[in-house]
Design a protein around this ligand. Structure first.
Ligand code: BEZ
Length: 210
């Protein structure tokens, strides 16, 4: 059965470019982004891995650990890193899983046979410190992912876990947020001392809590 939001991310052990890992232990008390690539030495993946490497300070700030996967072996991943550094300005600074037997790919449903019977599609799993899946996105092989959007969703998840708010369309850090409908106006007065603008009784906007 396919994985869904709220499911526990399956645990596994695997070889990576940074040695053998047990996935849940590797995540520890951080968040994780597990993302698959069709294969090594391909152009779209090269741009994605370079971009994720350049985003490292942003991931660190949010306590997020990225980890890539492709079905090629570790030696191939390591050889590819030189091309990524040469063309994207930064080699991967996070582990990439080698999954030649497709063990992890099958566990996470990363092969979509009607799209490609052999290689993984571009999946993204955001996993929280309790090892629950909080975001799932699947892209076709020919479309590079938008990792800024993935960071934006993590910002929303971390904010909405901490406060009784939701984030509106295209929300970004620092913009107003929505007080969830389950919070009464009476409770909102205590929780949101800066007040709110009610566009309707159920759409109440308030400054982003810190
Ligand atoms: C790529 O990463 O560039 C790619 C992989 C598979 C199919 C098409 C493009």
């Amino acid at each position: 059965m396919s994985l869904r939001l709220g499911d526990t991310a399956p645990d596994f052990t695997a070889e990576t470019t940074e040695g053998r890992i047990s996935f849940h232990a590797w995540i520890g008390d951080a968040w994780a982004i597990l993302f698959s690539h069709p294969r090594d030495f391909t152009p779209v993946c090269t741009t994605e891995l370079g971009y994720v490497a350049r985003l490292k300070p942003e991931f660190d700030r949010r306590k997020v650990r990225p980890i890539g996967l492709s079905i090629d072996p570790v030696d191939s991943h390591k050889g590819w890193a030189a091309d990524i550094k040469a063309t994207q300005g930064q080699a991967p600074n996070f582990p990439i899983i080698a999954d030649p037997e497709r063990t992890v790919a099958n566990l996470y449903g990363m092969i979509h046979p009607a799209h490609d019977e052999v290689y993984t599609v571009r999946t993204v799993f955001v996993i929280d410190p309790k090892k629950k899946i909080r975001l799932l996105i699947t892209y076709p092989q020919t479309t590079g992912r938008n990792f800024d959007e993935i960071l934006r969703v993590i910002d929303s998840l971390q904010l909405t876990d901490a406060h009784r708010v939701a984030t509106p369309v295209n929300w970004k850090q620092g913009e107003d947020v929505i007080i969830v409908p389950a919070v009464s106006d009476e409770e909102a007065k205590a929780k949101f001392p800066k007040g709110w603008r009610a566009l309707t009784p159920y759409l109440r906007l308030t400054p982003q809590p810190r």
